[in-house]
Design a protein around this ligand. Sequence first.
Ligand code: ZN
Length: 307
Amino acid sequence: MKLNGIHHITAITGDAPRNLDFYARVLGLRLVKKTVNQDDPTVYHLFYADERGSAGSDITFFEYPGALPGRAGAGMVHTVVFRVASEEALDFWAERLGAEGVEVERTQGTLRFADPEGLVLELEVVDTSDEPLVAEHPEIPGEHALQGFHAVRAYTRDPEQSRAFLEGPLGFAPEGDAWEVRGETRGGFYAYDEPPAENGRPGGGTVHHVAFATKTEEHDAWQQRIAESGAHPTPVIDRFYFKSIYFREPSGVLFELATLGPGFATDEDPEHLGERLSLPPNFEHLRAEVEPLLTPLPDPRATRAAS
Ligand code: ZN
Protein backbone atom coordinates (compact mmCIF):
# COMPACT_ATOMS: atom_id res chain seq x y z
CA MET A 1 0.00 0.00 0.00
CA LYS A 2 1.30 3.43 -0.96
CA LEU A 3 -0.04 6.91 -0.29
CA ASN A 4 -0.69 8.70 -3.59
CA GLY A 5 0.79 12.09 -2.69
CA ILE A 6 -1.05 14.99 -1.07
CA HIS A 7 -4.85 14.70 -1.31
CA HIS A 8 -5.86 18.12 0.08
CA ILE A 9 -4.67 20.79 2.48
CA THR A 10 -7.14 22.46 4.83
CA ALA A 11 -6.56 25.90 6.33
CA ILE A 12 -8.59 28.51 8.19
CA THR A 13 -10.01 31.79 6.91
CA GLY A 14 -11.67 34.57 8.87
CA ASP A 15 -12.92 36.24 5.70
CA ALA A 16 -14.58 33.95 3.15
CA PRO A 17 -15.33 36.63 0.50
CA ARG A 18 -11.71 37.79 0.45
CA ASN A 19 -10.50 34.18 0.49
CA LEU A 20 -12.71 33.34 -2.49
CA ASP A 21 -11.49 36.40 -4.37
CA PHE A 22 -7.86 35.47 -3.81
CA TYR A 23 -7.96 31.75 -4.58
CA ALA A 24 -10.56 31.81 -7.41
CA ARG A 25 -9.98 35.17 -9.11
CA VAL A 26 -6.30 35.94 -8.42
CA LEU A 27 -4.81 32.41 -8.33
CA GLY A 28 -7.34 31.08 -10.82
CA LEU A 29 -8.37 27.92 -8.98
CA ARG A 30 -11.90 26.62 -9.37
CA LEU A 31 -14.30 26.74 -6.43
CA VAL A 32 -15.35 23.10 -6.74
CA LYS A 33 -17.40 22.72 -3.58
CA LYS A 34 -19.16 25.15 -1.31
CA THR A 35 -20.26 23.14 1.70
CA VAL A 36 -20.19 23.31 5.49
CA ASN A 37 -17.71 22.14 8.07
CA GLN A 38 -19.12 18.71 8.99
CA ASP A 39 -17.89 19.16 12.57
CA ASP A 40 -19.56 22.62 12.81
CA PRO A 41 -22.21 23.00 10.07
CA THR A 42 -22.80 26.71 10.80
CA VAL A 43 -19.60 27.64 8.95
CA TYR A 44 -18.35 27.09 5.41
CA HIS A 45 -15.95 24.56 4.12
CA LEU A 46 -14.71 25.90 0.77
CA PHE A 47 -12.74 23.74 -1.67
CA TYR A 48 -10.57 25.19 -4.47
CA ALA A 49 -8.99 22.87 -7.01
CA ASP A 50 -8.36 22.15 -10.66
CA GLU A 51 -11.16 21.98 -13.24
CA ARG A 52 -12.32 18.52 -12.11
CA GLY A 53 -11.83 18.89 -8.38
CA SER A 54 -8.99 16.37 -8.40
CA ALA A 55 -7.25 15.12 -5.29
CA GLY A 56 -3.75 16.59 -5.42
CA SER A 57 -4.93 20.10 -6.27
CA ASP A 58 -7.39 20.78 -3.56
CA ILE A 59 -6.78 23.59 -1.02
CA THR A 60 -9.71 23.96 1.35
CA PHE A 61 -10.74 26.44 4.04
CA PHE A 62 -12.87 26.33 7.13
CA GLU A 63 -14.41 29.74 7.56
CA TYR A 64 -14.49 31.19 11.06
CA PRO A 65 -15.93 34.64 10.35
CA GLY A 66 -13.75 37.32 11.89
CA ALA A 67 -11.05 34.87 13.06
CA LEU A 68 -7.87 36.81 13.77
CA PRO A 69 -4.77 35.89 11.81
CA GLY A 70 -2.92 33.02 13.45
CA ARG A 71 0.74 32.14 13.37
CA ALA A 72 2.40 28.86 12.41
CA GLY A 73 4.59 27.31 15.09
CA ALA A 74 6.04 23.94 16.02
CA GLY A 75 3.74 21.10 15.00
CA MET A 76 2.02 23.12 12.27
CA VAL A 77 2.33 23.31 8.48
CA HIS A 78 3.68 26.75 7.53
CA THR A 79 4.09 26.67 3.72
CA VAL A 80 2.08 25.15 0.86
CA VAL A 81 4.01 24.57 -2.37
CA PHE A 82 2.23 24.36 -5.75
CA ARG A 83 3.84 23.22 -8.99
CA VAL A 84 4.16 25.37 -12.07
CA ALA A 85 5.70 24.46 -15.42
CA SER A 86 8.46 27.02 -16.04
CA GLU A 87 10.39 30.14 -15.12
CA GLU A 88 8.07 31.98 -17.55
CA ALA A 89 5.16 30.89 -15.37
CA LEU A 90 6.94 32.38 -12.34
CA ASP A 91 7.44 35.64 -14.31
CA PHE A 92 3.74 35.66 -15.11
CA TRP A 93 2.78 35.13 -11.47
CA ALA A 94 5.28 37.69 -10.16
CA GLU A 95 3.65 40.26 -12.42
CA ARG A 96 0.04 39.21 -11.76
CA LEU A 97 0.49 39.11 -7.99
CA GLY A 98 2.48 42.34 -8.02
CA ALA A 99 -0.39 44.06 -9.86
CA GLU A 100 -2.69 42.88 -7.04
CA GLY A 101 -0.40 44.47 -4.46
CA VAL A 102 0.90 41.09 -3.24
CA GLU A 103 4.53 41.16 -2.17
CA VAL A 104 6.52 38.39 -3.86
CA GLU A 105 9.97 36.90 -3.30
CA ARG A 106 11.52 35.43 -6.42
CA THR A 107 14.43 33.00 -6.54
CA GLN A 108 15.63 30.67 -9.26
CA GLY A 109 12.79 28.18 -9.60
CA THR A 110 10.48 29.53 -6.91
CA LEU A 111 8.13 32.39 -6.10
CA ARG A 112 7.01 32.95 -2.50
CA PHE A 113 4.13 35.11 -1.32
CA ALA A 114 1.34 35.02 1.25
CA ASP A 115 -2.42 34.89 0.92
CA PRO A 116 -4.41 37.85 2.37
CA GLU A 117 -4.33 36.27 5.85
CA GLY A 118 -0.64 35.42 5.84
CA LEU A 119 -0.64 31.77 4.73
CA VAL A 120 2.69 31.34 2.93
CA LEU A 121 2.36 29.89 -0.57
CA GLU A 122 5.17 28.98 -2.90
CA LEU A 123 5.16 28.22 -6.60
CA GLU A 124 7.95 25.92 -7.70
CA VAL A 125 9.09 24.90 -11.16
CA VAL A 126 8.99 21.12 -11.01
CA ASP A 127 10.04 18.61 -13.62
CA THR A 128 7.61 15.71 -13.20
CA SER A 129 5.59 13.28 -15.27
CA ASP A 130 2.63 13.66 -12.88
CA GLU A 131 -0.47 14.97 -14.63
CA PRO A 132 -0.76 18.78 -14.34
CA LEU A 133 -3.97 19.52 -12.42
CA VAL A 134 -5.09 22.82 -13.89
CA ALA A 135 -8.17 25.04 -13.63
CA GLU A 136 -9.40 27.26 -16.45
CA HIS A 137 -9.35 31.02 -16.02
CA PRO A 138 -9.71 33.62 -18.79
CA GLU A 139 -6.76 35.72 -17.56
CA ILE A 140 -4.38 32.83 -16.88
CA PRO A 141 -2.82 31.00 -19.83
CA GLY A 142 -3.02 27.24 -19.25
CA GLU A 143 0.75 26.84 -19.51
CA HIS A 144 1.24 29.20 -16.55
CA ALA A 145 -1.55 27.88 -14.32
CA LEU A 146 -0.98 26.21 -10.96
CA GLN A 147 -0.63 22.44 -11.50
CA GLY A 148 -1.49 21.01 -8.09
CA PHE A 149 0.52 20.47 -4.93
CA HIS A 150 4.20 19.77 -4.82
CA ALA A 151 4.88 19.85 -1.07
CA VAL A 152 3.99 21.02 2.39
CA ARG A 153 6.55 22.29 4.87
CA ALA A 154 5.91 22.05 8.61
CA TYR A 155 7.75 23.23 11.71
CA THR A 156 9.35 20.87 14.19
CA ARG A 157 12.12 21.26 16.76
CA ASP A 158 13.27 17.69 16.05
CA PRO A 159 12.53 16.01 12.71
CA GLU A 160 14.11 12.81 14.02
CA GLN A 161 11.18 12.25 16.39
CA SER A 162 8.96 11.78 13.31
CA ARG A 163 11.32 9.80 11.10
CA ALA A 164 10.44 6.27 12.23
CA PHE A 165 6.70 6.91 11.92
CA LEU A 166 6.92 8.63 8.53
CA GLU A 167 9.23 6.02 7.02
CA GLY A 168 7.63 3.02 8.76
CA PRO A 169 3.81 2.88 8.79
CA LEU A 170 3.33 5.77 6.32
CA GLY A 171 6.00 4.63 3.87
CA PHE A 172 7.43 8.12 3.20
CA ALA A 173 10.74 7.82 1.30
CA PRO A 174 13.63 10.03 2.52
CA GLU A 175 14.85 12.33 -0.23
CA GLY A 176 17.50 14.88 0.84
CA ASP A 177 16.09 16.81 3.80
CA ALA A 178 12.48 15.95 2.84
CA TRP A 179 10.36 12.85 2.30
CA GLU A 180 8.68 11.83 -0.92
CA VAL A 181 5.14 10.44 -0.68
CA ARG A 182 4.54 8.70 -3.98
CA GLY A 183 1.90 6.20 -5.12
CA GLU A 184 0.80 4.79 -8.45
CA THR A 185 -0.22 8.01 -10.17
CA ARG A 186 1.10 10.92 -8.13
CA GLY A 187 3.64 12.08 -5.60
CA GLY A 188 4.48 15.00 -3.36
CA PHE A 189 6.86 15.97 -0.60
CA TYR A 190 6.77 16.57 3.15
CA ALA A 191 9.52 18.60 4.81
CA TYR A 192 10.36 20.31 8.08
CA ASP A 193 11.94 23.60 9.07
CA GLU A 194 13.16 24.93 12.41
CA PRO A 195 10.24 26.70 14.12
CA PRO A 196 10.24 30.33 15.24
CA ALA A 197 10.74 30.99 18.96
CA GLU A 198 7.11 31.97 19.59
CA ASN A 199 4.45 29.29 19.92
CA GLY A 200 2.05 28.78 17.06
CA ARG A 201 -1.49 30.09 17.31
CA PRO A 202 -4.30 28.69 15.17
CA GLY A 203 -6.29 31.33 13.30
CA GLY A 204 -6.82 32.87 9.88
CA GLY A 205 -4.08 31.90 7.44
CA THR A 206 -2.94 28.82 9.36
CA VAL A 207 -3.12 25.23 8.15
CA HIS A 208 -5.45 22.91 10.05
CA HIS A 209 -4.33 19.62 8.52
CA VAL A 210 -2.77 17.97 5.50
CA ALA A 211 -4.38 14.93 3.88
CA PHE A 212 -2.60 12.23 1.90
CA ALA A 213 -4.42 10.10 -0.66
CA THR A 214 -5.28 6.43 -0.34
CA LYS A 215 -6.92 4.02 -2.73
CA THR A 216 -10.52 3.68 -1.63
CA GLU A 217 -10.30 -0.10 -1.23
CA GLU A 218 -7.19 0.19 0.97
CA HIS A 219 -8.53 2.80 3.38
CA ASP A 220 -9.65 0.39 6.14
CA ALA A 221 -6.28 -1.33 6.00
CA TRP A 222 -4.57 2.04 6.44
CA GLN A 223 -6.70 2.74 9.50
CA GLN A 224 -5.64 -0.59 10.94
CA ARG A 225 -1.98 -0.02 10.11
CA ILE A 226 -1.95 3.41 11.78
CA ALA A 227 -3.75 2.02 14.83
CA GLU A 228 -1.23 -0.83 15.12
CA SER A 229 1.60 1.73 15.00
CA GLY A 230 0.24 3.28 18.20
CA ALA A 231 -0.68 6.63 16.60
CA HIS A 232 -4.34 6.63 17.78
CA PRO A 233 -6.19 7.32 14.51
CA THR A 234 -9.88 8.19 14.48
CA PRO A 235 -12.22 5.55 13.10
CA VAL A 236 -12.97 5.88 9.38
CA ILE A 237 -15.25 8.92 8.98
CA ASP A 238 -17.45 9.18 5.90
CA ARG A 239 -17.07 12.76 4.61
CA PHE A 240 -19.37 11.90 1.67
CA TYR A 241 -16.89 13.27 -0.93
CA PHE A 242 -14.21 10.96 0.48
CA LYS A 243 -13.59 8.83 3.56
CA SER A 244 -11.13 10.05 6.16
CA ILE A 245 -9.06 9.09 9.15
CA TYR A 246 -7.13 11.60 11.27
CA PHE A 247 -4.14 11.31 13.58
CA ARG A 248 -1.16 13.39 14.70
CA GLU A 249 2.32 12.49 13.56
CA PRO A 250 4.99 12.60 16.32
CA SER A 251 5.95 16.25 15.60
CA GLY A 252 2.32 17.22 16.24
CA VAL A 253 1.12 17.95 12.70
CA LEU A 254 -2.47 16.81 12.11
CA PHE A 255 -2.54 14.30 9.25
CA GLU A 256 -5.54 12.89 7.42
CA LEU A 257 -5.68 9.96 5.04
CA ALA A 258 -8.46 10.48 2.50
CA THR A 259 -9.75 8.21 -0.24
CA LEU A 260 -9.35 9.14 -3.90
CA GLY A 261 -13.09 8.67 -4.48
CA PRO A 262 -15.94 9.28 -4.89
CA GLY A 263 -15.05 12.97 -5.28
CA PHE A 264 -16.91 16.23 -5.76
CA ALA A 265 -19.04 15.25 -8.75
CA THR A 266 -20.89 12.74 -6.59
CA ASP A 267 -23.68 15.27 -5.84
CA GLU A 268 -23.21 17.94 -8.56
CA ASP A 269 -22.93 18.13 -12.31
CA PRO A 270 -19.18 18.50 -13.10
CA GLU A 271 -20.11 21.56 -15.21
CA HIS A 272 -21.60 23.33 -12.19
CA LEU A 273 -19.40 22.38 -9.25
CA GLY A 274 -19.43 24.79 -6.34
CA GLU A 275 -22.19 27.09 -7.59
CA ARG A 276 -24.70 26.29 -4.87
CA LEU A 277 -24.38 25.23 -1.25
CA SER A 278 -23.83 21.46 -1.22
CA LEU A 279 -24.89 19.57 1.86
CA PRO A 280 -24.16 15.86 2.23
CA PRO A 281 -27.43 13.85 2.64
CA ASN A 282 -27.14 13.63 6.42
CA PHE A 283 -26.80 17.44 6.61
CA GLU A 284 -29.51 18.31 4.05
CA HIS A 285 -32.17 18.67 6.78
CA LEU A 286 -30.15 21.60 8.19
CA ARG A 287 -30.27 23.63 4.95
CA ALA A 288 -33.06 26.04 5.94
CA GLU A 289 -31.40 26.64 9.29
CA VAL A 290 -27.82 26.91 8.08
CA GLU A 291 -28.04 28.78 4.77
CA PRO A 292 -29.10 32.14 6.32
CA LEU A 293 -26.19 31.95 8.79
CA LEU A 294 -23.53 31.66 6.09
CA THR A 295 -21.72 34.67 4.62
CA PRO A 296 -23.20 35.30 1.15
CA LEU A 297 -20.63 34.47 -1.53
CA PRO A 298 -20.78 35.27 -5.23
CA ASP A 299 -20.37 32.50 -7.80
CA PRO A 300 -16.90 33.48 -9.04
CA ARG A 301 -17.52 32.18 -12.56
CA ALA A 302 -20.82 34.03 -12.94
CA THR A 303 -19.09 37.24 -11.83
CA ARG A 304 -16.35 36.57 -14.32
CA ALA A 305 -18.77 36.01 -17.21
CA ALA A 306 -20.61 39.24 -16.39
CA SER A 307 -17.53 41.49 -16.21
ZN1 ZN B 1 -9.35 17.19 5.39
